[in-house]
Design a protein around this ligand. Structure first.
Ligand code: UDP
Ligand code: MG
Length: 303
């Protein structure tokens, strides 16, 4: 198979048929498969997928999850089942112009030095907090995530194999793409129907995933060391003062300040340790990233 289109879908009834018909038209000259992931939808998404599967079952595969596991898990499932030379991840809500599929495919065909092409959303005006977010990730985790980079990507089989080797449960796919390396070309696109672009918001829920690495722990060590040295010097200064001037009465407010300050620092770093512990616990449980309930198109070999 030449091209696998991986489409995570969650409560997308009404969008499926249109997406499928349009894509069929655009990709008519390329041998391609669809891997739809129904991420525990509660509406008629699965029924609609089943309908298009029945009309054309030779290039449609459907994996239906037992519940909603999230888009990250859905993309992971799609990549696990992909076997084509080139794979592509795309949303079903038609915000990403389907004509780009052909453009991306041709780009990879013509430029063998690139392993992957990523579409980035055009930023009309610079958003301060978004900019800060990406800067922070880069500083703290050494991973460069291009601003506006989306999951709308197409890549070669070697990239799929590399991603599939990363089986961590706390998935942050944009970070994973950056981690595995490879030669990526970044292209820019205008989001259609920009009224409801949810993806422009900053993915704060991923902040900790991206930041939890060895740096915060090192910061704790340095802060602890710094405070210990300062308080030790202060202690020596007090002792010298007592020796020279005799015992002086010190008010209790500086003592309270110091106790509260150290208490706060302790709590912050216990919190950071807790984050690590929670994530380690989750990984140690080694639960599957997704659980599938039904599959369509996997019985016969349609590759
Ligand atoms: N999606 C999914 N599981 C979820 C949420 C979303 O599979 O829990 C799918 C959704 O159906 C769509 C794609 O992921 O095809 C992108 O979702 P959405 O448009 O909500 O996200 P955004 O465009 O804001 O990234
Ligand atoms: Mg979307």
């Amino acid at each position: 198979m030449e091209l696998d289109i991986i489409i995570p879908t969650y409560n997308e009834e009404g969008n499926i048929k249109n997406f499928y018909n349009e894509t069929q038209k655009i990709l008519k000259d390329i041998k391609h498969n669809y891997i739809f992931i129904d991420d525990g939808s509660t509406d008629k998404t699965f029924e609609e997928l089943e309908e298009i599967y029945k009309t054309n079952d030779n290039n449609i595969k459907v994996i239906s999850f037992s519940r909603n596991f999230g888009k990250e898990a859905a993309m992971y499932a799609g990549l696990q089942y992909s076997k084509a030379k080139i794979a592509c991840i795309i949303d079903v809500d038609n915000k990403q112009n389907l004509n780009y599929l052909l453009k991306m495919y041709n780009f990879l065909k013509e430029n063998s030095e690139y392993d992957s092409i990523c579409m980035c959303q055009k930023q009309k005006k610079k958003k301060f907090f978004q900019h800060l977010f990406y800067k922070l990730i880069k500083k703290m985790s050494n991973l460069e995530i291009i601003e506006g980079a989306s999951d709308f990507r197409m890549f070669r089989r070697n990239v799929v194999l590399a991603i599939n080797k990363i089986s961590e449960k706390n998935r942050f796919t944009k970070g994973i793409f950056s981690y595995i390396g490879f030669n990526t070309y970044y292209d820019y696109y205008d989001v259609e129907n920009s009224k409801s672009i949810k993806s422009k918001k900053i993915p704060f829920n991923y902040l900790f995933d991206a930041l939890i690495n060895s740096k915060p722990l090192r910061a704790a060590t340095w802060t602890g060391l710094f405070i210990s040295i300062i308080s030790f010097l202060y202690l020596i200064a007090i002792i010298i003062k007592i020796i020279i001037k005799g015992v002086a009465t010190i008010g209790y407010s500086p003592i309270i300040c110091i106790i509260l300050f150290l208490g706060g620092i302790h709590l912050i770093f216990i919190g950071i340790l807790g984050e690590y512990l929670g994530k380690t616990y989750n990984e140690a449980k080694n639960r599957p990233i997704f659980i599938s309930k039904r599959k369509l198109g996997f019985d016969e070999d349609i590759l």
